[in-house]
Design a protein around this ligand. Sequence first.
Ligand code: ACO
Length: 402
Amino acid sequence: FLDVKGLKKATGCFTYDPGLMETATCQSGITFLDGDNGVCCYRGYPVDQLAQHSDFVTTAYLLLHGDLPTPEQDIAWRRELQKYMVVNTRLVEFYRSFPDGAHPMAQMNSVVGAMSAFFPVSLDPNDKEQHITAATRLIAKMNMIAALIYRTDKNKSVIYPRQDLTYAENFMYMTFGDCTLPPGVVNHDMETFKLVAKAIDAFLILHADHEQNASTSTVRIAGSSQANPYACVAAGVASLWGPAHGGANEAVIQMLEKIGRPENVPQFVQDVKNKKDGVRLMGFGHRVYKNFDPRAKYFGELVIDVLDKLGVEDPHLDVARALQEAALNDPYFVERKLYPNVDFWTGIMLRGIGIPTNMFTVMFALARTVGWISQWKEMVEQPGLKITRPRQIYIGQPIRSM
Ligand code: ACO
């Protein structure tokens, strides 16, 4: 029974768990996290091993199908993706209707949602072929969808994908043009192009899935009503946009810019500890990782290596290092188990290779699309799909007369 302001109502028993911190909402065989020991595995494989030895397209197959592909399956999977990678001309036109300066995530959210108008899917839980087609089409097109946001923003013509390029190379090609590199990168040779593409590929792998985070849970909740999968993924894009989730990598750069120089780090750290204006150390802390984020560990080392090879001199790198050093040695952060999360380093990497700050979360969404649609597929194919319908503790007016 609940007794709120005189309202007594038989409710059965349910938990009050804001933020769902103590509640498992599903059974899943996709990603395993052990927050205390800093472990993250896709289908049993540690993510850092996948980032080192696999590529994004193969990792996408693993997440979606449950196992690494055989060489034949890998070839067939790449062919399928190639078949779907071009975006419909009418969808391309859709970009032109956005106002100048529309946030890239607002554009991505709308375009992915609009895919549900182009590809109506009436859900049949037994039609696994239908689910794979929806997932393949989405993963394939998302690359061009993301690149088009940049092209439209810069008033540049559309570039269509090439069959001879990898997924990450195609992203760069469709975004920045014919084997050129983002502004800011000094060497425009093929070796540099490949190095940057490899870094983007690692970024995509490390962000491809992460268990029941806010955006993935959003996709599952939307999907639980048997809604169109593209509409469900658009809901995930919306959820990812916030600064407490995917927007954090953008917020990290804004924070580093605000700090400006390594010598300003101690004062900034003090402001965070005093909770001055609610300021937080962006890119630090995680709901699950209370030791270290294995993605951050791997990516932090990669960032320094890649930016070094590219000859990028970013003053924010020194600020980031000083901030990490200060926080890791400060009891305030240690006691609260606040360590750098993957977003602390991804912003620096993306900025270093010339991706505009407002495109960072779009890059995250590009990667996470694989996780979203894999989780959606897993959910709709599990027997006894139930609509997600949480309860509440009512704190409003008691029943009253007009
Ligand atoms: N900087 C300073 N203090 C922090 C931070 C931070 N980044 N994160 C948590 N804390 C403090 C809180 O103030 C609180 O301290 P208190 O007990 O003195 O009040 C304590 O740590 C616990 O904080 P919660 O908000 O309860 O922790 P929660 O697990 O709910 O939050 C979250 C996790 C949202 C990621 C949080 O750490 C945060 O805001 N981090 C910054 C944003 C960020 O980097 N987000 C990316 C997440 S990873 C991803 O999406 C890929």
